[in-house]
Design a binder for this molecule. Structure first.
Ligand SMILES: NC(=O)NCCC(=O)O
Length: 390
């Protein structure tokens, strides 16, 4: 699919209809009817005006006798960078904040309770360049930086929890950088932060030149609306990363990402990974990707003998939600900004756990024993060979 392809879903709906489309939906998404939820006319109008897509889907649970429903409205935003990357840093950042504020306002009007952006949403994804200047200047304090201050106000205004993935400047520790998700409460306080656990070393994703693997473990943040966690981008290839957030009690795990169609990002894997994590860990997942091309002033190479270039390739958007039963909703487009809203009944998590018993059958002690052997220097892989060719 090239950058002109609007989305996987439009490819399907342009070519299937009626019973065939229903059957496709049943087999691929997990349900015939996607449970689309109507957004307010004013939200649709604001989205048209600001040129972004808006869509909402419900993920209901069965009615229970002993617990009321736990319905949470969750919003995810994907967006392209609006300003050229050769503008002064502050101008670029202001342009992004102004653009995304229009989408946040619509999320607020829709009553979104928890909102999450794409990875490093307030800057271009410049790590492909390997240049330290000027890109390191985008870094900010997680607690007191411009972006957190900007979001605190909006969090209070809309009584919204906001998850904001930024390049963190750790002033308390010699000014080093981290790739950090900041969790801002609906009270405006910073509840805490999580630093990216798995840093890519693939293709043009040269992030390891800028920051190290995170040191915050697998925190789950207890918000007014539910327990949430953040598995930042490359961590989606690591099942144990997803697993730990589940073991710590997450209801919803966000996967703010910056990924491209080429091998390094692998668009065909995007649809599977956050979905598989939702299934195996019996929680909701929300996968969020950047959109568009980001052109940098200087050429860089990929160390693969191919010509130097100035962009990473297309960030293909396609953000989506998946429920603990593995049912997912249609994704946002591949080439347009968007706000996707999931109306999630968190009761579904326990209902699926009771039904499928994946936690009960997990065998953690067996894996603890095996893994503790694997990390030993003299580990011998458990491979059984045929004896003497007999
Ligand atoms: N941002 C990031 O970790 N990207 C790495 C490529 C990928 O696996 O998506």
């Amino acid at each position: 699919m090239d950058s002109e392809t609007q989305s996987f879903e439009t490819l399907i709906s342009n070519n299937l209809s009626g019973r065939d489309l229903e059957e496709f939906n049943r087999i691929y998404f997990g349900r015939r009817d996607n449970h689309e939820v109507r957004v307010k006319e004013s939200s649709a109008a604001a989205a048209r005006e600001a040129n972004f897509e808006i869509a909402a889907y419900a993920f209901p649970a069965k009615k229970e006798h002993t617990r009321p429903p736990r319905i949470v409205k969750v919003g995810i935003i994907q967006h392209s960078i609006p300003a050229p990357t050769d503008l002064p840093i502050n101008d670029q950042k202001t342009a992004i904040l102004e653009k995304v504020k229009k989408i946040i306002d619509v999320a607020g009007q829709e009553g979104v309770n928890i909102l999450c952006f794409q990875e490093l949403w307030n800057m271009p994804f410049a790590f492909c360049t390997r240049e330290k200047q000027p890109w390191c200047e985008f870094a900010e304090s997680a607690e007191e930086g411009q972006t957190t201050r900007f979001l605190r106000e909006l969090a209070v205004k809309y009584a919204m929890v906001i998850v904001s993935s930024i390049l963190e400047r750790d002033e308390a520790h010699a000014d080093i950088l981290w790739n950090t998700a900041v969790v801002i409460s609906d009270t405006g306080n910073v509840i805490g932060k999580h630093r990216k656990n798995h840093i890519p070393r693939v293709g043009d994703f040269n992030e390891s030149n800028y920051y190290m693997e995170g040191n915050t473990g697998h925190p789950v943040f207890a918000t007014r609306y539910g327990k949430i966690a953040i598995n930042i981008c490359f961590g989606r290839h690591h099942p144990l990363n997803w697993m730990m957030f589940g073991l710590n009690g997450a209801d919803i795990v966000f996967n703010p990402s910056a990924t491209i169609a080429a091998d390094a990002g692998s668009e065909y894997m995007w649809n599977i990974e956050a979905r598989n994590a939702a299934i195996t860990n019996c929680y909701f997942t929300a996968a969020i990707n950047r959109v568009g091309y980001e052109q940098f002033p200087n050429e860089f190479t990929s160390a693969d003998g191919q010509p130097a270039h100035k962009d990473l390739g297309l960030f293909y958007g396609s953000s989506y939600f998946c429920g603990p039963d593995g049912v997912r909703c249609p994704g946002l487009s591949r080439n347009k900004d968007g706000l996707l809203i999931g109306v999630l009944d968190l009761n579904q998590n326990r209902q699926i756990r009771d039904r499928r018993c994946y936690y009960m059958t997990q065998r953690l002690p067996m894996y603890v024993e095996s893994l503790s052997k694997v990390v030993e220097l003299d580990y011998k892989p458990q491979v059984v060979h045929e004896k003497d060719g007999k």
